[in-house]
Design a protein around this ligand. Structure first.
Ligand SMILES: [Cu+2]
Length: 183
C-alpha cells in the first residue's frame, strides 16, 4: 500500500483514487461492462467528501478484479497435502495453471510457456536457468504426466516440484515444495 499512513498526502491520495477509478473503468470497459463503469465513476464524482469507505470498496474491487485477471503461470502439489502423514507407496499428483505441460521431443525443443514436471526428493529446488540432472534425486516426467507412486522410507520427507522446459531447464516462478511424513 502506497498511502497507508495518515500524513499530509490527501491530495496524492485523491489522485491515486482517481487513477484507480480510471483504471477500474478502463478494465470494465475492456470486459464490456461499459455501463457499470460509468455509473461507478459518476456516482463517486457527485459525492462531495467522505471518500474513505468508498475507497476501501474500490480497493477491494480492484484487488478482486486483478486476481481474476491474473494469468501468471504456476505449479503446485495436489498430493500429498502439506504437513500430512501418508503411507508408502505415496501417491503424488501435481497441478499447473496458465502453463502447458507437454512431453519432451527428440531432438529436444523448447516451446514458450511449456515444459514438464520434475521432482527432487529430499533436496532443495534448483536455481532458475539450471538444467535439471537426469539422476537421483531427480525424476523427470518427460511423457507429460503429472502423477507417480513412490516407495518411500518411513519418516519426514520433502519434495521439490519443479518445471523444466523442453531442455529440462528450470523456469522463473515454476516450482513448489511440500513436506510430509511417511508412517
Ligand atoms: Cu526433464
Amino acid at each position: 500500500m502506497l498511502y497507508d499512513d495518515n500524513s499530509n498526502l490527501t491530495g496524492e491520495k485523491t489522485m491515486a483514487r482517481i487513477v484507480q477509478l480510471l483504471t477500474i473503468g478502463f478494465r470494465s470497459m475492456v470486459l464490456g461492462v461499459t455501463a457499470l463503469a460509468f455509473v461507478s465513476v459518476m456516482a463517486c464524482g457527485s459525492e462531495p467528501a467522505e471518500p474513505e469507505p468508498a475507497a476501501e470498496a474500490e480497493e477491494a474491487e480492484a484487488a478482486a478484479e486483478e486476481a481474476s485477471m491474473d494469468m501468471t503461470p504456476g505449479v503446485f502439489v495436489i498430493a500429498p497435502e502439506e504437513g500430512s502423514t501418508v503411507s508408502s507407496p505415496v501417491t503424488m499428483e501435481f497441478g499447473h495453471e496458465h502453463f502447458t505441460i507437454e512431453p519432451i521431443t527428440d531432438p529436444l525443443t523448447v516451446h514458450e510457456g511449456a515444459g514438464h514436471h520434475h521432482i527432487g526428493l529430499d533436496t532443495d529446488c534448483l536455481p532458475v536457468g539450471e538444467i535439471i540432472p537426469q539422476a537421483s534425486p531427480w525424476v523427470h516426467f518427460g511423457d507429460g504426466s503429472n502423477t507417480i507412486e513412490m516407495q518411500l522410507e518411513p519418516g519426514p520427507h520433502r519434495v521439490c516440484l519443479q518445471i523444466g522446459d523442453g531442455e529440462h531447464r528450470t523456469l522463473e516462478g515454476m516450482s513448489a515444495e511440500v513436506t510430509f511424513t511417511v508412517e
